[in-house]
Write a protein of this length. Structure first.
Length: 248
């Protein structure tokens, strides 16, 4: 029996855990950061909370007899991705990065590229009207000093309102419906949207809606993780399953 640890938190991680939990030759555990109070539970065993950095993750891999490690975290989860690489090198446990592809820019998309949330906030400062933030609660404080616009932000759970005073919050969890996204943007008279280049289908509808309504989108590029290309990368769950089978 091969013990597999999935660093999860994405739809791809959930699907992979479901596939592996149905196979008696594998024992799968999914690790979740614990930032969301009511996450969708993965199949198999679940571990909640951090490891204590790369050293803690390496110790866990050794103590639990983990045979394969799959990093299925969000494309912007740079810290755990760096820790996974370091723990993989130190322990020798094979590592796969399950990384969904970014959204391709299509005709009609009005994208303004930003390196990070700080640059996105500076770009917002030159605008007026309603700005729709769809980039997670951790980045909200970056927009505190922006004046001349009014923010609405979609979040999975109600955050501390002091993260971004004056912001209106919409609670919702993907996948979202394209028609509903168009209706939301029209209802709130959205003039600009800020999004991370997350890829995937769960939140793609907001990109399609912005295109349909000719709304500008500040698109934050994915961060680089040094050394990420040193391990295999696949873009979907079937590819991950093929890799796991090849390790047997």
């Amino acid at each position: 029996m091969t013990r597999i640890l999935i660093l999860g938190g994405t739809g791809e991680g959930l699907l992979l855990a479901k596939e592996l939990a149905a196979m008696p030759e594998h024992q799968v555990t999914t690790s979740l950061a614990g930032r969301t109070r009511n996450p969708e539970p993965p199949a198999g065993a679940v571990r909640i909370g951090g490891f204590g950095g790369a050293i803690g993750l390496e110790r866990y891999l050794r103590s639990e007899g983990i045979g394969l490690l799959v990093n299925a975290t969000h494309p912007f989860a740079t810290e755990i991705s760096r820790n996974a690489l370091t723990a993989h090198r130190a322990s020798g446990v094979p590592l796969l990065r399950l990384l969904r592809p970014p959204w391709p820019k299509q005709p009609g998309d009005r994208w303004i590229i930003a390196r990070d949330a700080a640059e996105a906030a500076k770009l917002c400062a030159a605008r007026s009207g309603i700005v729709f933030l769809t980039l997670g609660v951790k980045e909200l404080p970056r927009f505190r000093d922006v004046t001349g616009v009014r923010f609405i932000a979609r979040v999975i759970e109600h955050p501390d309102p002091t993260l971004l005073p004056g912001c209106s919050f919409i609670v919702g969890r993907g996948p979202f419906d394209p028609a509903a996204e168009i209706d939301l943007m029209r209802t709130h008279d959205v003039r600009l949207m800020v999004a991370k280049q997350s890829g995937g289908n769960a939140t793609r509808a907001k990109i399609d809606a912005a295109r349909a309504l000719s709304i500008d989108v500040i698109m934050i590029n994915r961060p680089e993780v040094e050394g990420q290309n040193d391990c295999p990368i696949c873009t979907d769950v079937p590819g991950a399953m093929d890799w796991i089978r090849d390790q047997a």
